[in-house]
Design a protein around this ligand. Sequence first.
Ligand code: RAT
Ligand code: ZN
Length: 440
Amino acid sequence: MSRPSDSQSLDPVAQTVRRIVASQAVWDVHTHLYPPTLGSPLAGAGREADPQGLLLWGIDELLTYHYLVAELFRVVSPERLSYATFWRMSKREQADLIWQRLFWDRSPVSEACRGVLSTLTRFGLDPNEPTLDRYRRWFAAQDLNRHIDRVMELAGIERITMTNNVFDDHERRRWLDGSARPDRRFAGVLRIDRLLRDWPGAAAQLAAWGYQSDADLGPRTLAELRRFLADWIDRLTAVYCAASLPPEFCYAGQDDARPHAIVLREALLPLLSERGLPLAMMIGCRAAVNPALGDAGDMVGKADIASVTRLCAEFPENRFLVTLLSRENQHELAVLARKFGNLTIFGCWWFLNTPSLIAEITRMRLELLGTSFIPQHSDARVLEQLVYKWDHSRQVMADVLADQYRQLAATGWTVSEEAVARDVRRLLRDNAARMSARDG
Ligand code: RAT
Ligand code: ZN
């Protein structure tokens, strides 16, 4: 079957918007991608494989993405293939199984499946290969450094923002042993979930790393906590600090004496304000409702918007980047951003990163906030996902924006190409660059 080419059927406004959205360089404010100096489990041309390396790329990683693992267990019963057996399989075997069960035994209509195919096609590969051999050969022949440049060019990305989890021993060691070297393509982010989710555990870890901290959060511990944060912000050249928080996350205000509230109020927020760096809060992930699924086992839950309100009101000197996982939270979050200039909404996170929801959420945000938000981030965990995540999002955003401009034109306002280009640059690049203070 074929369909008329999009450009033939689009009106001139839609064509202009599509062209501008497609060519605007993006700052991607949240990914799980890393420079090659932090190692990669896939060798590529002229490089050694590093089984513990952080940068994931290639067809086997694309197919074993946790979004696809969740979908595999929709069609394979754990009675026939136990979770434990699946996790014991090699990455190649897992990828072969997913290719067979999700791409051949049925049509790959889900967003995560279609994404793999969009990506292969953009590299000039035929997405109809019955086995993965040809793809494996193609990826193995790539020079990783040049491949990163190519992926960024195809996806139209100027800057990739990492997630640097200091509580991950493996990653921490890489930063301490000097393997990480500055790479202008990647910006650092200090990820500190544990400090806010499990203070006693974090305190013990800080103590083991030479910071005099204990569970009581007295003045000495707070000073040491600030020293720890400052050390890591500097080491990573972090552009913001970030935490993923559960739906139950609550900040009750000045009198809240729970450890996470004290950590926020007495250490993290004052330090970030001093440094001019934002705090990114990603709220609504209920971890491991099905632990056997690993990373694929997390669930969504509705967040408490009142806590975000209190933080924005009580800390006017701080800047907050916020994304919420639940669809039900999106309207109140957009309304809240109308009340507080220090709140910047970003992205359609994880289960919201699907075309129908991106369209709905982006339209609503444009209607309530104009161009003063960051419409999307990729959350890519595998390098090449940048290609499809941004291609798919750009298509949806262009259609939504075109509708807005058509309605503007109907008022008699002149929709010029310059105006569209300025708005799109703001949405896809400048708002993010401004939040990344070190570069903005
Ligand atoms: O989207 C994802 O891959 C999630 O597993 C998480 O990475 C989430 O985005 C996070 O950063 O915690
Ligand atoms: Zn993420």
